[in-house]
Structure formats: C-alpha cells, structure tokens
Design a protein around this ligand. Sequence first.
Ligand SMILES: *[C@@H]1O[C@H](CO)[C@@H](O)[C@H](O)[C@H]1NC(C)=O
Ligand SMILES: *[C@@H]1O[C@H](CO)[C@@H](O)[C@H](O)[C@H]1NC(C)=O
Length: 373
Amino acid sequence: MVLQGSISHCSSSSWLIIIPRLVLLPQLLLPLLLYFGNKTEAHYKNIPAVIVFGDSTVDAGNNNFIDTIAKGNFAPYGRDFDGGNKPTGRFCNGRLSTDFISDALGIKPFIPAYLDPAYSIEDFATGVTFASASTGYDNLTAQVLNVIPLWKQLEFFKEYKKRLEIYCGIATAQTIIQEAIFVISVGTNDFIVNYYVFPERSNQFTVEEYENFLLSLSEKFMLEIYKLGARKISLTGVPPIGCLPIVRTVFNLKFGRACREDLNEMSRSFNRKTRDLVSKLRREVKGLKLAFNDPYGLILSVVKHPHSHGIDIVAEGCCGTGVLELGFLCPKSNECSCPDANKYAFWDSVHPTEKLYRIIVDYTLNTTLRELS
Ligand SMILES: *[C@@H]1O[C@H](CO)[C@@H](O)[C@H](O)[C@H]1NC(C)=O
Ligand SMILES: *[C@@H]1O[C@H](CO)[C@@H](O)[C@H](O)[C@H]1NC(C)=O
C-alpha cells in the first residue's frame, strides 16, 4: 500500500512522465503548481524521511504483530484517526506527534509501523517507525510486557537499510538516511513500568545511578545509528511523570490526585542530564546534528494552565473512567469514553490525546526541528 501524499525520493523518474502532460493541459497547471508548490515549501529543506525509534509515544502498531498484551488496536483507540474508528495500535485517539511531523514536513500524513505487512519498503522509504509500546532504554523494561527492546529496533533498522539499498540503490539509500530526521522517544517506561514497580533495578541503582545507566544506553544507541549513517537526530526528553493521570491516581490518591512533585523533579533531573549528553555529543561527534526535544515545560504548562491551550481536563484521561485505564485495561466499548477527546490532555491514564500531541508538535517544529534543518 502506498500512502496517499507520500513523495518517494527513489522514484523521481515519474516526474519525467508528468511534465509533458502538464504542457498539454495548461488548465491543470495552476492547481498542480499550487499543490506541489505548497508541499515543497512545507518540505523543510527536503527531508526525505522520518525514521522513528522508541515506545508507545511513537509506536504506530508494531505491537499488533508481536506476542504482548501491550496493544492499542481496539476501540476506543483510534476513535479520531484518519476519519474515525481506526484502531491502528497507536495509543491515542488520533495521530501521534511523529505523524504530525511527517505531515508538516510535507512527506506523508502518518508514519507506518515496520512490522505491519500492509506496508512495503516503498512506503517505508519515506518514513517508518520501529517503536514498541511499553519498551525502554533498559532491556529489562521491554521484558516486563515482552515488547521490542531498543537493541532489536536497531536490528530492524539494519534490515531496513539493506532493503532500502535494494529498493533505491546504495547511493540513494545512503542519502535518504543521511538526510532523514531520526526521532528517538523513550525513557518514561524505564521509570513507571520498571524502576518504581519492580525491585531489581531499584535494589541495584539509586535513581541518580539509574538515570546515568539509561543515558549511557541512550548514548550508545545514538552512536550506533550514527555509524549506520544517521546525521540528524531529535532526542526526546521525558514528560512531567508526576502529572501523568496514572501516577496521580495510583501514587497520590490520598493527596487529591495532585501531581507528584518528587517524580516531576526526577523528570527534570533526567532531562537536564539528557541535555548535557546532547551537548557533549554535538561537540564530539563529527557531522552529527543532534537536537534535544524537551516536552517537559510545555506539558507542565498545559497541566497547570489548560484553558490557555484550549483544554479543560488534565487530571484524568478521556478513555474509560479516566482513572486507571491503559491499553488492555481500557474498556473495549466507546460508551465509557468521553465524548470530546479534544477537551482532554490525556487519552488514557498515560498517553496524550491527539490534541496534546499537536500542541507539542507545533512547538517542536519551531524549536528542535529548526536545529536539524
Ligand atoms: C541488551 O540485550 C542485548 C541482546 O541480548 C545485549 O546485546 C545488550 O548487551 C544488552 N544490554 C545491556 C545493557 O545489558
Ligand atoms: C511557530 O511559528 C509559526 C510561524 O513563525 C507561528 O505562526 C506559530 O505561532 C509558532 N508556534 C508556536 C507554538 O510557537
């Protein structure tokens, strides 16, 4: 299936067929020029593809094709996706931030999951996600719900690169990878699925030490994809974890579901260290454009001042009763969910609504992604 609106940089020869037809049909010329003119302008200096690694914040449905309960491929997930009622596996009512980025760059309206057999290398050539809901930097995090660890996502990327070379030729494949924007969005689960839930890592590491451990894995991962040709990387920080609805209800019910300030402090500390790592790699790694995408301040501003962002409810998610629902815990019927997800910051007890993702992307496009163009 070729995604509507996608522009493959491998198939430029088709332009030769289009151009003589334009000459013959001048009445079509103006609308077409406007159409492609707009696309090119939005094209952000010709980014050919968006290539994504990470967790549920950027998984478009890879978990549908593995043996795990961490799936979001049933109603009411996808309630507002692409015309409505399309549970793709995205943990959201609609599109994710990476889908909006791809769209804003003029590439295609959403990024397909690598394991989805409905898509081929022709689709993936302009963008693909290897992400897996519930995964983390730490191998142990992925083990909790048997999802795809980051090292395995890297193996998929190596396979993708080979397929791309066969499809486009080695030189073009290399250019695509060199010019593509790589998005890495992972880390939250290492804390809320692993460290604060199971004793193994918390017995072994203090929070500080665990943060350092995760960032050593982050560094290693980025250097691996750099070695494979990546040159433009956007590394995403963690949100204010203490304000996720699940944390408010599970850890903080007795305090009226306030945000947990200690966990927010942990997020800030992790993001500070991530920023330092980004600065270090920018100094040390030749030719690497690396930007830190820190959503913490913006999400906290939405949580503290929702109305100035057009949002009403932030302490609970839209799905189900909004308290504890997440993935398989989200009731498989629409009636239990809120009528208008756009009034909510969170879709379930952990994940942003499409509305919040769009707010984040508007900001990212003006900040992080500018640094990479
Ligand atoms: C994670 O697992 C992979 C595959 O078994 C292994 O190569 C890697 O060293 C592990 N990472 C850590 C930090 O243990
Ligand atoms: C991003 O930049 C555009 C154009 O300069 C502006 O219209 C828009 O308001 C900005 N958005 C944010 C979130 O800063």
